[in-house]
Design a protein around this ligand. Structure first.
Ligand code: SF4
Ligand code: SF4
Length: 264
């Protein structure tokens, strides 16, 4: 089943040519169907993503308490056996030496209708890619990969962590069936290599950069600086969070898509 069909199925909507649901349709669906079941799975990372999620409680409280059922998640639900879920938010990359993490990720894919790579560690590996093992508690844990390297991912929400505003917008877009808003996240779902170098190869070198500086402002490690109106990368500072690429207003329109749209 396609990602679009799965989102439609999750929302209880019939497929429509314009991929949008009217407000009345969404309200009718919300009345008629049971609350969507949401799970939260934490793999390897710093837990910053869930902290960003909790920053949203004032925005998302009605949604989390009235419109969805949170059915799985450490500290959120007192349940050890993973249930069937409509959406699973997966935070963190997956350690290949951690049998429990690999098994849990496989089980999520089996039990959840939609799997969301939530945050840059899950989406691109982010700073966990640089782990080399040797930590006192788990010295053999040395290989951490984005979850899309192991299972099919439906949506990716990169961010180190994703901002509370982005999280709120994604959740509301999913509930409203706003495919236009979700399309970039669907595009990113299997794209696990986002880093500062992408700006050079996929935006600047394609003559798409407009010199807005958004990428440099978004980079939390100051790996990017603007030189002569274009971003310059200090690779030693880059943690491969992918935020610069995601925030760039020109990254959603790569040259091949522009050429396709223009019929070239
Ligand atoms: S350049 Fe900065 S924002 Fe871009 S991937 Fe590297 S650390 Fe992240
Ligand atoms: S965000 Fe994109 S368009 Fe803006 S300066 Fe950076 S690379 Fe150029």
């Amino acid at each position: 089943m396609s990602i679009l069909a799965r989102i439609k199925s999750f929302l209880g909507m019939e497929a429509k040519p314009d991929d949008k649901a009217s407000k009345e349709e969404v309200e009718k669906v919300a009345e008629e169907k049971a609350k969507p079941k949401i799970g939260y799975v934490h793999l390897s990372g710093c837990t910053g993503d869930v902290i960003s999620l909790t920053e949203n409680y004032d925005i998302l409280a009605p949604l989390l308490t009235e419109m969805v059922d949170v059915v799985y998640g450490q500290t959120l639900v007192d349940l050890w056996e993973m249930p069937e879920m409509d959406i699973a938010l997966v935070e963190g990359s997956c350690c290949l030496q951690d049998e429990h993490s690999v098994k849990e990720l496989m089980e999520v894919r089996e039990k959840a209708n939609l799997v969301v790579a939530f945050g840059s560690c899950a989406a691109t590996g982010c700073f966990t890619r640089y782990s080399r093992g040797g930590q006192q508690a788990q010295p053999n844990h040395e290989s951490f990969v984005p979850i899309a390297d192991l299972v099919k991912v439906d949506l990716a929400v990169p961010g180190c962590p994703p901002s509370p505003e982005i999280i709120a917008k994604v959740v509301v877009a999913a509930i409203n069936g706003d495919m236009d808003y979700l399309a970039p996240m669907m595009d990113l779902a299997g794209y696990t290599e986002a880093c500062g170098c992408d700006l050079q190869s996929k935006v600047v070198n394609q003559a798409l950069c407009v010199g807005c500086g958004t990428c440099a402002m978004a980079c939390q490690t100051r790996a990017l600086s603007m030189t002569n109106g274009r971003p310059e990368l200090n690779e030693d500072r880059c943690i491969k969070c992918g935020i610069c690429y995601v925030q760039c207003p020109r990254s959603w329109w790569p040259a091949d898509r522009i050429q396709q749209d223009l019929g070239l």
